[in-house]
Design a protein around this ligand. Structure first.
Ligand code: SF4
Ligand code: SF4
Ligand code: SF4
Length: 475
């Protein structure tokens, strides 16, 4: 009996190669018998490509498009610190994946790509029997235009909203409102932890890929995660409660969609009722093209009211360090009852994935770290293990933050770094041009606490986490 492997997709079988029928087809990728190879393999064969599980809800791999370049594996291992950091013979799945989608950006042929949901959504929207609501994350407005030939970093908020209306959404909201809500909750939580000196450092929790990484590889630090839901979930929860009540719409008649730069958000909303669909920027652009919407000639449109206003602090959520900067702006106000004079933290805006510094809140001097690229999260955990002391740590899975997310356009005209810098500059420009730059001064935020939430810490804006380390199969 030979051990046989399909060279295209890695499917394994046992049998006599020569005796297989000439019209044999691989049950996974349909490759012909010509692609079979006799193999002496260990308990589990390692392939040059990442063997993505079929039940992965964020990304998928099409073996027919794979040229076996190995880019996906390198990114996952050396930038994201995931592949190669577990025993492949013990894990309870094909590949440990935290859904960041960075392998799909690195894949030259599109063999690994976002798991598309826009076609299903497009069918649903055409039935016109639901109230279709979407929210768009800050980073989407500085990347979508690239897909239509415009310069990288072009700010296209008005066109984006117009496209979404043309696709059939009844209401279009800005996730910056959800980001502001997150800042309010997280700034209060930070101050509570500083007062009690408990569960420090506090880690940010708005990146689901980072949260899953911690739950799998560093579960003992779960108490350090902020309990705040991410901006899309906070906003989704408000849409289906406060907003639905105001408009007399039943929750079950709403389909709530988030347009994001992020593949991991697809996994985040799995088994969650706040948001029903997550559509990435690459999916959105395909959808716009398939519906023959003429992006260039479309007149600009504005967000719908009620959750219209987002502060500049919410907009910079799209950049690594932005969540930290926004939370500090509000935490400083909460501690001192006055606003910070210099609110642009130039010293933390230039970082290549790991930066540490001290921040003076007057009553508290806090040690912070800003991390992006999960390989750098491993470095910060190493430092903590060796006695490093921090109060507040922001972690974003994608190097540079969400504007470089796994669902963003792939750009072949410039290097990754150049594209990141162009999108980043636009987000900071938007903050600088905002009338409101502190989330605690956003009138929509003030009103929602006054009219509905009453106080910070509402259960509907917070979440819990679970230890997922058993997937590593080491216990
Ligand atoms: S999505 Fe991220 S974690 Fe998952 S396989 Fe790709 S690079 Fe690795
Ligand atoms: S990056 Fe794409 S083409 Fe290259 S090995 Fe991975 S899946 Fe195949
Ligand atoms: S950094 Fe942003 S885009 Fe990347 S995985 Fe996290 S939330 Fe998603």
């Amino acid at each position: 009996m030979d051990k046989i492997i399909c060279e295209i997709c890695g499917y394994k079988l046992e049998g006599v190669l020569e005796e297989l029928p000439s019209d044999w087809r691989c049950p996974v990728c349909s490759a012909s018998k010509d692609f079979l190879k006799k193999k002496i393999y260990k308990e589990r064969e390692e392939t040059v490509f990442l063997d993505i599980d079929q039940n992965n809800v964020s990304i998928e791999r099409n073996p027919h498009k794979c040229v076996k370049c190995g880019n996906c594996k390198s990114v996952c291992q050396y930038k994201q610190g995931v592949y190669g950091h577990y025993d492949i013979n013990k894990i309870k799945c094909k590949t440990i994946c935290v859904d960041c989608g960075q392998c799909s950006i690195a894949c030259p042929t599109g063999a690994i790509d976002v798991k598309n949901q826009y076609k299903e959504l497009s069918e649903l929207i055409k039935k016109k029997n639901k109230v279709m609501i979407c929210q768009t994350a800050p980073s989407v407005r500085v990347s979508l235009a690239e897909m239509f030939g415009e310069k990288e970093g072009t700010i296209c908020t008005g066109k984006l909203v117009a496209c979404l209306r043309k696709l059939g959404f009844n209401y279009v909201f800005d996730t910056t409102f959800g980001a502001d809500l997150t800042v309010m909750e997280e700034a209060h939580e930070l101050i509570e932890r500083l007062k009690s000196k408990a569960k420090l450092p506090m880690f940010t929790s708005c990146c689901p890929s980072w949260v899953k990484f911690l739950e799998i590889f560093y579960p003992k630090h779960i108490p350090n995660l902020s309990t705040c839901k991410s901006p899309i979930l906070m906003q989704g929860s408000i849409i289906k409660s406060y907003w639905a009540n105001l408009f007399g719409i039943k929750k079950e008649d709403i389909v709530s969609v988030a347009i994001t730069p992020c593949t991991a958000k697809k996994s985040e909303i799995f088994n969650n009722d706040d948001v029903d669909y997550v559509i990435t920027v690459r999916e959105l652009a395909k959808w716009i093209l398939e519906e023959n919407i003429d992006y260039k000639s479309l007149a600009e449109s504005e967000f719908d009211s009620l959750m219209t206003t987002g502060s500049g602090a919410g907009i910079i959520f799209g950049v690594s360090g932005g969540v930290m900067e926004s939370v500090i702006r509000t935490a400083y106000f909460l501690v001192n009852n006055e606003n910070l004079k210099n609110i642009e933290f130039e010293n933390i805006r230039e970082n290549d994935g790991l930066l540490e510094c001290n921040v003076d809140l007057k009553k508290y001097s806090i040690k912070i770290a800003i991390v992006s690229g999960l390989i750098n999260a491993r470095k910060i955990f190493d430092k903590i293990e060796k006695g490093g002391k921090y109060d507040f740590i922001e972690v974003m899975s994608c190097l540079g933050g969400c504007m470089a997310g796994g669902g963003q356009p792939k750009n072949l005209r410039h290097t990754y770094e150049e594209v990141r810098n162009m999108r980043k500059k636009s987000l900071y420009d938007l903050d600088r041009g905002s009338n409101v730059r502190f989330c605690h001064e956003n009138s929509d935020i003030v009103n929602i606490y006054k009219n509905y939430l009453n106080k910070v810490g509402s259960k509907q804006l917070h979440t819990t986490y679970k230890d997922q380390s058993e997937i590593l199969g080491q216990n």
